[in-house]
Design a protein around this ligand. Structure first.
Ligand code: APR
Length: 251
């Protein structure tokens, strides 16, 4: 499943960054971002919908999509990959940097997760940025989704927007700085389930490599991370991660 050299590299590492993408959540039934457009949103390109322009033009369409995604996430469960990372973190100070906007790392028991692209379960005012606490995701949405009027900000009454980073927006400064610091101060990056195409998140392995870290990729397919990875494990995360954690003696 995983070769001795890879296991020895992981065992020898002292400061490990887990860098996760949509492929880690795929086995929890969370389609990757680009596969997530059905029903009402089928005719849209995700990058059209995941933008402040789309939200300004049609807030109900965009808010409905995010509520539909949030309600599906509420019904999903962390998979064996998320759980293995959480077990690992109980024994070892892993830094987890994720591109995922789901909360499956946290629901598996991981903590201090750095979300580079925000969090589906967070929201804030589209104008004054005042945080807006979200109630439980709607449970009975039609399978094809629905247009939903966003909540209004309690301070300025403007529409509340999802707490995710949209295309064309810059990342939240504190999250980006934390991710860069982690990458530049680790000796191993475990890049799991990411195509490595969306920057600046996709630079995490490169920033680490520049400082002498080793990069191990877990992805059944080739990706843009291949050029920077020292080892490639061509298997699914949900299968490999429990094996690694067991080999480390952490479960
Ligand atoms: N285990 C490991 N990797 C997997 C698995 C699996 N079971 N299933 C799929 N993959 C891999 C795919 O081969 C692919 O390379 O996960 C990767 C998912 O790539 P993307 O869908 O592009 O997801 P990601 O890299 O996280 O996208 C980055 O772009 O879509 C936007 O903002 C969104 O955060 C997202 C960012």
């Amino acid at each position: 499943m995983v070769s001795e050299p890879i296991l020895n590299t992981i065992k020898a590492a002292r400061r490990i960054v887990v860098f996760s993408g949509a492929g880690l959540s795929a086995e929890s039934g969370i389609p990757t971002f680009r596969d997530d457009l059905v029903g009402l949103w089928q005719q849209y390109d995700p990058e059209e919908l995941a933008s402040s322009e789309a939200f300004a033009k049609d807030p109900e369409l965009v808010w409905g999509w995010y509520e539909w995604r949030r309600s599906r996430l509420a019904q999903a469960q962390p998979n064996a990959g998320h759980i293995a990372i959480a077990q690992w973190q109980q024994h070892y100070p892993l830094t987890i940097v994720t591109q995922n906007v789901d909360n499956l790392h946290e629901r598996a028991g991981s903590y201090s997760v750095i979300h580079m692209h925000g969090d589906l379960n967070k929201a804030y005012c589209s104008q004054c940025k005042h945080p807006h606490p979200l109630v439980a995701a709607p449970a009975n949405l039609p399978p094809e989704g629905a247009r939903i009027q966003p909540p209004q900000c309690e301070l300025c009454q403007n529409w509340v927007r999802p707490g995710v980073v949209w295309f064309g927006e810059s990342l939240i400064d504190a999250d980006l700085r934390a991710a860069i610091y982690a990458a530049e101060n680790c000796d191993l990056v475990l890049a799991i389930g990411t195509s490595g195409v969306v920057q600046p998140a996709a630079l995490i392995p490169y920033w680490a490599k520049e400082k002498g870290a080793i990069v191990i990729q877990i992805n059944p397919n080739e990706s843009a991370i291949d050029v920077v990875s020292d080892f490639n494990v061509r298997q699914s995360a949900a299968k490999v991660l429990p094996f690694i954690v067991q080999a480390m003696g952490y479960n």
